[in-house]
Design a protein around this ligand. Structure first.
Ligand code: NAD
Ligand code: ZN
Length: 390
């Protein structure tokens, strides 16, 4: 089959590779019909994630048609249409029983490296390097899905792929980001980053009762989407002094809830040592520019909440931790427990409460993916979200 493979920093190629096979009786194989490119893929593309190897297939936002099922699979049969969460979870360990699927204890055989960088290993993730289990990813024609009875959700309605695809990641991620923010009715929520995750965090903040949403970015099309589609007030960090503007807008108190939907900005790495060095340098490198996480900590009101869906890898220096303690902030973060949100969020799409396809700006065949990665990273050609249709 054809698949998008990583070959080094800023180097992804469409290669011919072996078709996936059932390796465990709980697996299914799907033929991919649509699959997203995510901001998390940029951490791989930028070379910031250690433990990528040349030839690794990337991608973790897939959906498609079941073409083969292992003998222990109960929920699916050939021909079923499914969306696949980016988190691989066993469904029966200590953490899965608490619906903390992205903390699954059993699905990440590359755990040692992840532990070194993060203290403990998160669950296995599709297309996310040796650190996350080295599961081949979904920017390909076919995908093996382990623990099929725990992950994928069957789509029985005739909703288009683009309306349901983002259940795989960014819609639940935006939802968990808003939930983690602990929004109370009428709260002012400030969101750093108007990429796909930020756009869904805006939508979900309204769903959870925000009275006001302020969105921050520098890319005009993304700010425009936040304003028009997200009904957010917008601030451009190239022109607006963000901290001062947020204070003015909230009577000097600061936003009640702050969401960092930006994540790591470090570039270039290779080994784990290199990534830690890069992470250390990152703050220094961005000293002259606003840094989302530090800004969010400093702006958040006393006893407010900071929710961090943005991904950081390794160490991060010069975080104003004193402000977290001094103001009594609550901080919540993590990879999304996608499985937990699939059914309720599919219900919202089916009920017409939200049409997630609003975020799609580019639709391409797999062959065009290398060029699309460049556009998505550089934020050129109005690129906000790319859907690959292999
Ligand atoms: P993206 O790169 O498209 O969007 C990031 C946006 O942040 C860009 O529009 C950029 O202009 C903006 N930005 C950069 N610096 C900023 C600053 N200082 N202030 C305000 N805005 C700034 O990525 P995305 O797909 O939206 O993903 C965002 C983050 O969420 C990434 O770190 C990604 O890895 C992470 N993510 C996490 C999960 C999870 O499970 N927690 C899931 C998906 C994505
Ligand atoms: Zn993603």
């Amino acid at each position: 089959m054809k698949a998008l493979c990583w070959h080094g920093k800023s180097d992804v190629r469409v290669d011919t590779v072996s078709d996936p096979e059932i390796l465990d009786p709980r697996d299914i194989i799907i033929r991919i019909t649509a699959t997203g490119i995510c901001g998390s893929d940029l951490h791989l593309y930028d070379g910031v994630t250690p433990t990528m190897e040349a030839g690794d297939i990337i991608g973790h936002e897939p959906m498609g048609i079941v073409v083969e099922t292992g003998r222990d699979v109960r929920k699916f049969k050939k021909g079923d249409r499914v969306v696949v969460p980016f988190v691989i979870a066993c469904g029966s360990c200590y953490f899965c029983e608490k619906t903390l699927f992205s903390c699954c204890d059993t699905t990440n055989p590359g755990a040692d490296l992840a532990k070194a960088a993060m203290g403990q290993a998160p669950a296995g993730l599709f297309g996310y390097s040796g650190m996350m289990g080295r599961y081949p990813g979904g920017q390909a024609e076919y995908l093996r899905v382990p623990h099929a009875d725990v992950g994928p959700i069957k789509i029985e309605s005739d909703l288009s792929d683009e309306k349901v695809l983002f259940l795989s990641d960014i819609f639940p991620t935006g939802y968990m980001a808003a939930e983690n923010a602990g929004i109370e009715p009428g709260d002012t929520v400030a969101i750093w980053g108007c990429g796909p995750v930020g756009q869904f965090a805006i939508q979900c903040s309204w769903m959870l009762g925000a009275g006001r949403v302020i969105a921050i970015d520098r890319v005009p099309e993304r700010l425009e989407m936040a304003r028009v589609h997200g009904k957010a007030e917008i601030l451009n960090f190239d022109n607006d002094p963000i901290h001062e503007r947020l204070m003015e807008m909230t009577g000097g108190r600061g936003p009640d809830r702050c969401i960092d939907a930006v994540g790591a900005e470090a570039h270039g790495a290779g080994s784990l040592d290199a990534v830690i060095d890069r992470a250390k340098q990152a703050v220094g490198l961005t000293m002259d520019r606003p840094h989302a996480l530090r800004q969010a900590i400093m702006a958040c009101r006393k006893a407010g909440t900071l929710s961090i869906p943005g991904v950081y890898i390794g160490l991060l220096d010069k975080v104003p931790f004193g402000a977290i303690v001094g103001k009594g902030l609550t901080v919540k973060s993590g990879q999304t427990h996608v499985q937990r949100y699939l059914a309720p969020l599919l219900n919202k799409i089916e009920a017409g409460e939200i049409d997630p396809s609003f975020v799609v700006t580019h639709r391409i065949p797999l062959e065009h993916a290398p060029a699309a990665y460049e556009k998505f990273r550089d934020k050129t050609d109005g690129c906000i979200k790319v859907v690959i249709k292999p």
